[in-house]
Write a protein that binds this ligand. Structure first.
Ligand code: ADP
Ligand code: MG
Length: 260
């Protein structure tokens, strides 16, 4: 399998009251084409900031906050301009977040939000974009997709909103999908449905996936490999079977010890 993404010596920091606070502290990992890499680690270990770095979305108040290399399909994303990075986000890398309500725009209908992406990034006409939006909504499980198009986000349940987010993410036909705790805010039964959907889509679209989760059941079910983060560093990088059979780092051992 060839490599899609290489993260090398990634470091991020924030400025607070003239102090520099390191967050991600020299992270290295790679994602191969078509594979699902899970990132696990306790809250505050730097998982979200790592994924936001790949998306070019780490806030930059007070100066440069991300260092290292993020080589995606041969290009170092950290060397790209804001404008070029905007195109990467519309065409190559998509992300879904934990809380779908905050990532959907409350004043635009579902149809407007999905078609906006397609019209802007894929240069479709309004009519083509609407047809494609219906197609995408059907793929993510809305049987009567036409009816959802004119609804506003608040009319949908959490699980439905997350399906819409996944449809939006897939609308750019991404080479890489980053899912940051995509099911944490959902009911247990809905969680299982969303994960099943992500699995189906990754097979269908042949995308690579970075799946951030603290649910080891999900890791066992969906991932090919896993990295364990702790205190802003990668403390273990391994296959799924190896992690469950023989965790090496004390934090990974604790993590598995807490699984019944
Ligand atoms: P995780 O996703 O693993 O829970 P995060 O990547 O969100 O962790 O955060 C890592 C650390 O970075 C946390 O300790 C958090 O307090 C800090 N952090 C995140 N965003 C900011 C910010 N805008 N300013 C200062 N510190 C931040
Ligand atoms: Mg997080």
């Amino acid at each position: 399998m060839s490599t899609l993404l290489q993260v090398k010596n990634l470091k991020t920091h924030f400025f607070s009251k003239n102090k520099v606070l390191p967050v991600v502290d020299g992270v290295d990992f790679e994602v191969k084409k078509g594979e699902t890499l899970a990132i696990v680690g306790e809250s505050g270990s730097g998982k979200s900031i790592t994924s936001l770095s790949i998306m070019g979305l780490v806030p930059k108040p007070g100066g440069k906050t991300v260092d290292g290399e993020i080589i995606f399909d041969g290009t170092d994303l950290l060397q790209l301009s804001e404008n070029e990075m905007f195109k990467v986000r519309g065409n190559e890398i998509a992300m879904i977040f934990q809380e779908p309500m905050t990532s959907l725009n409350p004043v635009l209908t579902i149809g407007e939000q999905i078609t906006e992406v397609l019209i802007y990034h894929k240069k479709m006409s309004k009519k083509e974009a609407r047809q494609k939006a219906v197609e995408l909504l059907k793929i993510v499980g809305f049987a009567r997709a036409e009816e959802i198009l004119d609804d506003y986000p608040h009319r949908l349940s959490g699980g439905m909103r997350q399906r819409v987010m996944i449809a939006m993410a897939m609308s750019c036909d991404p080479k890489l999908l980053i899912a940051d705790e995509p099911t944490t805010a959902l009911d247990v039964t809905v969680q299982a449905q969303i994960l099943e959907l992500m699995k189906e889509l990754s097979e269908k679209f042949d995308s690579s996936i970075i799946l951030i989760t603290h649910d080891l059941g999900v890791v066992a079910e969906l991932a090919d490999r896993v990295i364990v983060m702790y205190g802003g560093q990668v403390v273990e990088e391994t296959g799924i079977v190896e992690l469950f059979d023989n965790p090496l780092h004390p934090y990974s051992k604790g993590l598995l010890g807490s699984v019944p």
